[in-house]
Design a protein around this ligand. Structure first.
Ligand code: IPE
Ligand code: IPE
Ligand code: MG
Length: 249
Protein backbone atom coordinates (compact mmCIF):
# COMPACT_ATOMS: atom_id res chain seq x y z
CA UNK A 1 0.00 0.00 0.00
CA UNK A 2 1.37 3.42 -0.90
CA UNK A 3 1.39 6.34 1.51
CA UNK A 4 -1.25 8.05 -0.59
CA UNK A 5 -3.67 5.14 -0.07
CA UNK A 6 -3.34 5.55 3.71
CA UNK A 7 -4.79 9.09 3.58
CA UNK A 8 -8.44 9.38 4.57
CA UNK A 9 -10.23 11.67 2.13
CA UNK A 10 -12.75 12.84 4.74
CA UNK A 11 -10.16 14.26 7.14
CA UNK A 12 -7.84 16.33 4.99
CA UNK A 13 -6.33 19.47 6.51
CA UNK A 14 -8.09 22.43 4.92
CA UNK A 15 -4.91 24.49 5.03
CA UNK A 16 -1.31 23.23 5.09
CA UNK A 17 1.57 25.64 5.76
CA UNK A 18 5.21 24.70 5.17
CA UNK A 19 8.46 26.22 6.42
CA UNK A 20 10.74 25.10 3.59
CA UNK A 21 14.12 24.86 5.31
CA UNK A 22 17.50 23.23 4.70
CA UNK A 23 18.48 24.35 1.19
CA UNK A 24 21.85 25.72 2.31
CA UNK A 25 22.80 22.56 4.21
CA UNK A 26 21.70 20.38 1.28
CA UNK A 27 24.08 22.29 -1.01
CA UNK A 28 26.90 22.27 1.53
CA UNK A 29 26.64 18.48 1.88
CA UNK A 30 27.36 18.35 -1.87
CA UNK A 31 30.24 20.82 -1.68
CA UNK A 32 28.19 23.47 -3.47
CA UNK A 33 27.13 27.09 -2.95
CA UNK A 34 23.93 27.74 -0.99
CA UNK A 35 22.11 28.93 -4.12
CA UNK A 36 22.53 25.44 -5.60
CA UNK A 37 20.29 24.26 -2.76
CA UNK A 38 17.70 26.96 -3.48
CA UNK A 39 17.65 25.97 -7.16
CA UNK A 40 17.10 22.35 -6.23
CA UNK A 41 14.31 23.36 -3.90
CA UNK A 42 12.16 24.27 -6.91
CA UNK A 43 11.49 20.60 -7.77
CA UNK A 44 10.31 20.05 -4.19
CA UNK A 45 7.91 22.98 -4.49
CA UNK A 46 6.56 21.67 -7.81
CA UNK A 47 6.01 18.14 -6.51
CA UNK A 48 4.40 19.38 -3.28
CA UNK A 49 2.05 21.77 -5.09
CA UNK A 50 1.00 19.08 -7.57
CA UNK A 51 0.43 16.52 -4.82
CA UNK A 52 -1.60 18.99 -2.73
CA UNK A 53 -3.69 19.94 -5.77
CA UNK A 54 -4.33 16.27 -6.63
CA UNK A 55 -5.42 15.53 -3.09
CA UNK A 56 -7.78 18.50 -3.09
CA UNK A 57 -6.02 20.50 -0.34
CA UNK A 58 -7.78 23.88 -0.46
CA UNK A 59 -4.95 26.07 0.87
CA UNK A 60 -1.20 25.57 0.73
CA UNK A 61 1.05 28.30 2.13
CA UNK A 62 4.81 28.21 1.60
CA UNK A 63 7.31 30.29 3.57
CA UNK A 64 9.74 31.26 0.83
CA UNK A 65 11.53 34.37 2.17
CA UNK A 66 11.29 35.98 5.60
CA UNK A 67 11.78 39.59 6.65
CA UNK A 68 14.88 38.37 8.49
CA UNK A 69 16.26 36.71 5.33
CA UNK A 70 17.01 40.23 3.97
CA UNK A 71 20.00 40.17 6.36
CA UNK A 72 21.68 37.34 4.44
CA UNK A 73 24.73 38.11 2.25
CA UNK A 74 23.71 40.31 -0.68
CA UNK A 75 24.90 37.71 -3.17
CA UNK A 76 22.50 35.11 -1.78
CA UNK A 77 19.57 37.56 -1.58
CA UNK A 78 20.15 38.71 -5.18
CA UNK A 79 20.40 35.13 -6.44
CA UNK A 80 17.22 34.18 -4.57
CA UNK A 81 15.32 37.12 -6.10
CA UNK A 82 16.50 36.18 -9.61
CA UNK A 83 15.48 32.57 -8.97
CA UNK A 84 12.06 33.74 -7.78
CA UNK A 85 11.33 35.64 -10.99
CA UNK A 86 12.37 32.78 -13.27
CA UNK A 87 10.60 30.13 -11.17
CA UNK A 88 7.31 32.01 -10.93
CA UNK A 89 7.51 32.69 -14.67
CA UNK A 90 8.31 29.07 -15.63
CA UNK A 91 5.97 27.40 -13.16
CA UNK A 92 2.86 29.40 -14.05
CA UNK A 93 2.04 26.68 -16.63
CA UNK A 94 2.27 24.04 -13.86
CA UNK A 95 -0.19 26.12 -11.82
CA UNK A 96 -2.58 26.38 -14.78
CA UNK A 97 -2.36 22.63 -15.47
CA UNK A 98 -3.22 21.89 -11.85
CA UNK A 99 -5.97 24.54 -11.51
CA UNK A 100 -3.95 26.31 -8.79
CA UNK A 101 -4.57 29.94 -7.90
CA UNK A 102 -1.46 31.90 -6.88
CA UNK A 103 -1.50 34.34 -4.00
CA UNK A 104 1.25 36.14 -2.04
CA UNK A 105 1.54 37.57 1.46
CA UNK A 106 4.24 39.75 3.00
CA UNK A 107 5.72 43.18 2.56
CA UNK A 108 5.63 42.78 -1.23
CA UNK A 109 6.55 46.42 -1.93
CA UNK A 110 10.01 45.60 -0.52
CA UNK A 111 10.65 43.08 -3.30
CA UNK A 112 12.68 44.14 -6.35
CA UNK A 113 10.32 45.58 -9.02
CA UNK A 114 10.84 42.65 -11.42
CA UNK A 115 9.86 40.14 -8.74
CA UNK A 116 6.76 42.12 -7.80
CA UNK A 117 5.83 42.49 -11.47
CA UNK A 118 6.18 38.77 -12.26
CA UNK A 119 4.31 37.86 -9.10
CA UNK A 120 1.40 40.16 -9.96
CA UNK A 121 1.28 38.82 -13.53
CA UNK A 122 1.12 35.18 -12.38
CA UNK A 123 -1.45 36.03 -9.71
CA UNK A 124 -3.60 37.67 -12.40
CA UNK A 125 -3.10 34.76 -14.85
CA UNK A 126 -4.17 32.15 -12.31
CA UNK A 127 -6.94 34.18 -10.68
CA UNK A 128 -9.81 32.21 -12.22
CA UNK A 129 -8.40 28.81 -11.17
CA UNK A 130 -10.66 27.14 -8.65
CA UNK A 131 -8.53 24.38 -7.08
CA UNK A 132 -5.83 24.86 -4.46
CA UNK A 133 -4.88 28.39 -3.41
CA UNK A 134 -1.09 28.50 -3.26
CA UNK A 135 0.17 31.36 -1.11
CA UNK A 136 3.82 32.36 -1.16
CA UNK A 137 5.02 34.16 1.95
CA UNK A 138 7.63 36.60 0.66
CA UNK A 139 9.37 39.26 2.68
CA UNK A 140 6.97 38.01 5.33
CA UNK A 141 7.19 37.83 9.08
CA UNK A 142 4.42 37.36 11.55
CA UNK A 143 5.41 40.20 13.87
CA UNK A 144 5.52 42.58 10.90
CA UNK A 145 2.03 41.43 9.95
CA UNK A 146 0.65 41.77 13.50
CA UNK A 147 2.18 45.23 13.82
CA UNK A 148 0.54 46.26 10.53
CA UNK A 149 -2.81 44.95 11.78
CA UNK A 150 -2.47 46.89 15.06
CA UNK A 151 -1.64 50.10 13.15
CA UNK A 152 -4.65 49.66 10.86
CA UNK A 153 -7.00 48.97 13.76
CA UNK A 154 -5.64 52.00 15.68
CA UNK A 155 -6.20 54.17 12.59
CA UNK A 156 -9.81 52.97 12.25
CA UNK A 157 -10.41 53.85 15.91
CA UNK A 158 -8.83 57.29 15.40
CA UNK A 159 -11.07 57.86 12.38
CA UNK A 160 -14.13 56.89 14.40
CA UNK A 161 -14.84 53.82 12.23
CA UNK A 162 -14.31 51.34 15.05
CA UNK A 163 -14.84 51.35 18.82
CA UNK A 164 -12.10 49.82 20.95
CA UNK A 165 -14.73 47.77 22.82
CA UNK A 166 -15.84 46.13 19.58
CA UNK A 167 -12.47 44.51 18.77
CA UNK A 168 -12.84 40.73 18.58
CA UNK A 169 -10.59 37.85 17.48
CA UNK A 170 -12.29 38.21 14.13
CA UNK A 171 -11.32 41.90 13.90
CA UNK A 172 -7.68 40.91 14.29
CA UNK A 173 -7.90 37.97 11.83
CA UNK A 174 -9.54 40.21 9.24
CA UNK A 175 -6.64 42.67 9.43
CA UNK A 176 -3.97 40.04 8.81
CA UNK A 177 -2.61 39.21 5.35
CA UNK A 178 -4.41 35.86 5.60
CA UNK A 179 -7.82 37.52 6.07
CA UNK A 180 -9.52 35.42 3.40
CA UNK A 181 -8.08 32.06 4.45
CA UNK A 182 -8.90 29.59 7.19
CA UNK A 183 -6.10 29.06 9.74
CA UNK A 184 -3.56 26.34 8.89
CA UNK A 185 -4.50 23.00 10.43
CA UNK A 186 -1.13 21.44 9.68
CA UNK A 187 2.26 23.16 9.82
CA UNK A 188 5.27 21.30 8.43
CA UNK A 189 8.91 22.28 8.95
CA UNK A 190 11.72 20.49 7.18
CA UNK A 191 15.44 20.17 8.02
CA UNK A 192 15.15 19.08 11.66
CA UNK A 193 14.79 22.57 13.12
CA UNK A 194 12.15 22.86 15.84
CA UNK A 195 11.11 26.48 15.64
CA UNK A 196 8.55 28.71 13.96
CA UNK A 197 10.89 31.51 12.81
CA UNK A 198 8.27 34.26 12.83
CA UNK A 199 5.72 32.45 10.64
CA UNK A 200 1.93 32.83 11.05
CA UNK A 201 2.08 33.15 14.84
CA UNK A 202 -1.56 34.17 15.28
CA UNK A 203 -2.89 31.72 12.70
CA UNK A 204 -1.19 28.55 14.03
CA UNK A 205 -2.71 28.83 17.50
CA UNK A 206 -4.24 25.34 17.10
CA UNK A 207 -2.30 23.92 14.14
CA UNK A 208 -0.82 20.43 14.38
CA UNK A 209 2.97 20.64 14.03
CA UNK A 210 4.93 18.14 11.96
CA UNK A 211 8.73 18.21 11.92
CA UNK A 212 10.87 16.17 9.55
CA UNK A 213 14.65 15.86 9.19
CA UNK A 214 14.31 15.82 5.40
CA UNK A 215 16.06 18.82 3.85
CA UNK A 216 13.73 20.85 1.62
CA UNK A 217 15.34 19.94 -1.78
CA UNK A 218 14.71 16.24 -0.93
CA UNK A 219 11.05 16.79 0.05
CA UNK A 220 8.62 15.00 -2.27
CA UNK A 221 4.96 14.03 -2.38
CA UNK A 222 5.54 11.01 -0.14
CA UNK A 223 6.84 13.37 2.57
CA UNK A 224 3.66 15.42 2.24
CA UNK A 225 1.55 12.25 2.45
CA UNK A 226 3.46 11.15 5.59
CA UNK A 227 2.78 14.52 7.22
CA UNK A 228 -0.95 14.25 6.42
CA UNK A 229 -1.08 10.66 7.75
CA UNK A 230 0.59 11.92 10.95
CA UNK A 231 -2.00 14.76 11.14
CA UNK A 232 -4.86 12.28 10.76
CA UNK A 233 -3.62 10.26 13.74
CA UNK A 234 -3.78 13.26 16.07
CA UNK A 235 -6.70 13.88 18.39
CA UNK A 236 -7.47 17.58 18.08
CA UNK A 237 -9.00 18.54 21.42
CA UNK A 238 -9.04 22.37 21.32
CA UNK A 239 -8.86 22.47 25.10
CA UNK A 240 -11.61 19.91 25.70
CA UNK A 241 -11.20 16.45 27.17
CA UNK A 242 -10.72 13.37 25.04
CA UNK A 243 -14.14 12.05 26.16
CA UNK A 244 -15.84 15.23 25.00
CA UNK A 245 -14.14 14.98 21.61
CA UNK A 246 -15.15 11.33 21.17
CA UNK A 247 -18.75 12.00 22.25
CA UNK A 248 -18.79 15.22 20.18
CA UNK A 249 -20.12 17.44 22.97
C1 IPE B 1 15.46 27.69 3.35
O1 IPE B 1 16.72 27.13 3.33
C2 IPE B 1 15.27 28.72 2.26
C3 IPE B 1 15.23 30.11 2.73
C4 IPE B 1 15.20 30.49 3.98
C5 IPE B 1 15.20 31.15 1.72
P1 IPE B 1 17.96 27.84 4.04
O2 IPE B 1 18.60 28.75 3.06
O3 IPE B 1 17.54 28.46 5.32
O4 IPE B 1 18.91 26.60 4.32
P2 IPE B 1 19.70 26.26 5.64
O5 IPE B 1 18.74 26.32 6.77
O6 IPE B 1 20.77 27.29 5.78
O7 IPE B 1 20.24 24.88 5.42
C1 IPE C 1 12.73 30.29 7.85
O1 IPE C 1 13.95 29.68 7.60
C2 IPE C 1 12.33 31.15 6.70
C3 IPE C 1 12.01 30.44 5.46
C4 IPE C 1 11.92 29.15 5.32
C5 IPE C 1 11.71 31.27 4.34
P1 IPE C 1 15.31 30.30 8.15
O2 IPE C 1 16.39 29.36 7.77
O3 IPE C 1 15.45 31.69 7.70
O4 IPE C 1 15.05 30.29 9.72
P2 IPE C 1 16.08 30.28 10.93
O5 IPE C 1 17.01 31.42 10.71
O6 IPE C 1 16.78 28.97 10.91
O7 IPE C 1 15.22 30.43 12.15
MG1 MG D 1 17.37 27.76 7.19
Amino acid sequence: MSYKDEIKADNLPLHIAIIMDGNGRWAKQRGNQRIFGHKNGVAAVRDTVEAAAELGIKYLTLYAFSTENWSRPKMEVDALMTLLVSTIHKETSTLMKNNVQLNAIGNLSNLPPDVEKQLKASIANTSTNTGTTLTLALSYSSRWEILEAISQIAKEIEDGKLHSGDITYDTVSKHLTTANMPDPELLIRTSGEYRISNFLLWQIAYAELHFTNTLWPDFRRDDLYKAIIDFQKRERRFGKTSEQVINKN
